[in-house]
Design a protein around this ligand. Structure first.
Ligand SMILES: Cc1cc2nc3c(=O)[nH]c(=O)nc-3n(C[C@H](O)[C@H](O)[C@H](O)COP(=O)(O)O)c2cc1C
Length: 178
């Protein structure tokens, strides 16, 4: 049976939720291990045939830990079937929700020699009540300028779960049936 690894980098949990959904919906659920990026450096990547990395954006960047992990494991990632997806709120806009049109995923991949077999971008969540006072004000201001929601007493989930489900199925098809 194929072994698959899903690695997530999250601050508020949305990327983890997306990774869990990708795993739970997959017919290879039982062959898939889900871990957070901080634990990934200790993982032996050798046994995995598919490696999936999902990471969210905070103030214009994916976590530096993700870039470090990718650079340190570039050989394995390029040799195996690897998948990368980014979670951010710019992707709530239709014209910025593809790997070819989302600025963050394009910028990230330019920083590495990684050539993922599959890529995706998912819109995340604005969870004002969870944020610190400062973050709340900054995100509200960004939302004001980009015509997003500004009521800081509410949460707004932009994730298109049907797109996540479709992606999970596409990942299942990467390897031929054994
Ligand atoms: C402090 C902060 C900064 C953020 N900066 C950006 C940003 O620069 N661009 C963007 O598109 N989304 C930004 N977001 C939105 C997050 O990418 C979004 O909330 C995502 O769902 C977070 O995923 P996570 O819960 O897995 O960390 C920011 C969110 C927070 C809380």
């Amino acid at each position: 049976m194929y072994k698959r690894l899903i690695i997530y980098s999250t601050t508020d949990g949305q990327t983890k939720l997306i990774c869990e959904r990708i795993k739970n919906l997959s017919k290879f659920n039982n062959e898939t291990k889900l871990i957070e990026i901080d634990k990934a450096k200790k993982e032996d990547l050798q046994p995995y045939e598919v490696i999936i990395i999902g990471a969210s954006i905070r103030y214009g960047k994916h976590s530096p830990t993700v870039l470090k992990f990718v650079n340190e494991n570039i050989h394995n990632l390029n040799r195996k079937k690897s998948v990368f997806f980014s979670v951010n709120v710019v992707a709530r806009k239709e014209e910025k929700n593809l790997p070819e049109t989302n600025p963050y995923i394009m910028k990230f991949l330019k920083l590495t020699k990684w050539n993922p077999y599959k890529k995706a971008v998912f819109a995340g969540k604005i969870d004002y009540p969870k944020y610190s006072f400062l973050d709340k004000q900054i995100i509200r201001l960004i939302m004001l300028f980009t015509k997003g929601p500004t009521n800081t007493e509410k949460s707004y989930e932009f994730t298109d779960w049907s797109k996540v489900d479709e992606f999970s199925q596409q990942i299942d098809q990467i390897l031929p049936q054994k």
